[in-house]
Design a protein around this ligand. Sequence first.
Ligand SMILES: Cc1ncc(COP(=O)(O)O)c(C=O)c1O
Length: 380
Amino acid sequence: MEEKEKRMYITKMIREECEGFEPYVAGKPIETIKREMRLERVIKLASNENPLGASKKAIEAIRENLEGIFYYPDTNSYELKKALSERYEIKRGEIFTGAGGDEIIELIGKLFFKEGDEIVISRHSFIRYEMAAKLMGAKAVIVDMKEGFKQDLTAMAKACGERTKAIFVTNPNNPTGTYNNKEEVSEFLKSVPLNKFKVKPLVVLDEAYFEYGLLERAYPDGVDFLRDNENLIVFRTFSKIYGLAGLRVAYGFASEEIVEYIERIRPPFNVNRLAQAGGAAAIKDREQVVKSQELVKREKEYLYSEFEELKIKYVKTAANFIFFNAGALKGRELFKGLLKEGVIIRALDEYELEDWARVTVGLHEENEIFIEKLKKVYNK
Ligand SMILES: Cc1ncc(COP(=O)(O)O)c(C=O)c1O
C-alpha cells in the first residue's frame, strides 16, 4: 500500500476530539537562534524559567542517583512525597505527583471530564486547561477578566451550571501576572454552586508561581483552604523557582479520596528517578527560594521603572514575569524585532492578547540588555 493511502485508512480511527489539535510549537533552542541569526549571545526570557539555574541541592541529588537509572523509578515516589509531606505538613495520602504541571492538568481531565461536561476558566489564563477539557470531549466556558487583567472569581462562580465539573484558577495568573487575594479566593470557594451531581465542582488552584506569589502580602496559600473544601485540588511545580523545568516534576494536594483515584489512572512511572530525587532535595532548598525571590523582587522594580521611563504600559506582577503592552507594535512584531537582537520574549497571540507581550525577569545584566534592545526596536 502507498504511504499516503495507508495514512488515510488508518486515520479514520482517530478520535474526533483530537482532530482540532495542532502540535505544540515550542520556542527554538538558543543554539538554533544563534546560528540562524548569526548572533554570539542569545538571552531567553520567554518561559519563566529561573535565571539563577537549578537548585544546587537538586543537582547534587541527581548526580548521586545517576548510576541507578537502569532501575525503574519508585512508582509511589516515596521519598519525594515524604519530603513534601514534611515541608507542608500534609498527609502522604493527600499528595500526588506528575511529570510537570502539564501532566497534572491532563490527569485531572482524564479522571473527571467527558463529553457533555463543562469546565469554567478565565479568559487570558493558562491555555492547557482548555486543551485538557477538549481532549476528553468536554467544553470550556470562558469568563472575561475584571479590569486590570485579574480573574473575575465572582463571575466565574456565576458561570457554573449543572454540567460544570471543574473551575480552574491560576494564582498568580500566567500570562498576566495578577493574583487573587485571600478574601477573594475564600469567598469564591464558598460561592461555587452545586452541579447536577449535587456536589460542588472541583476547584483546581494552579499555583505554579506560588513562591513568587508569597512576595505579595495578601497572596493566599491554597493549602490553607484544603481542610474545608473537599472539592479543592492545589498543584505546584518544580519548573519555576526551583529551576527544574527540564526535569518534569510537579505535585498536587487533594483529598485522600481524589488522590486514590488519581493513583489508579496515572502511568506507573510518570515521575522518573532523577526527577523524584531532584524534587525531594529541592523542596528542602530554602536558599534557592530566598535567593530567587530576592532577585525577582529587586529586578521587577528595575523593569517597572524602565517601562515607565519608556512610557510602556505594564501590569504589576506577583510572579517572575511581566505582562506589558507592545505599544506601537503588535506583540508578535516586537517578539520578532527582539529576536533579531538576540532576546527571546513571548508574544501572546494564543491568549487573545495580540497587543501585549510577556518577559521573564532575568538576571540584572539580562534585564539591562532586554531594555537596551527594546529601545533599539522602538528607535528610542
Ligand atoms: C500557570 C502554569 N501552570 C502550569 C504550568 C506547567 O508547568 P510545568 O508543566 O513545567 O510544571 C505552567 C508553565 O508555564 C504555568 O505557567
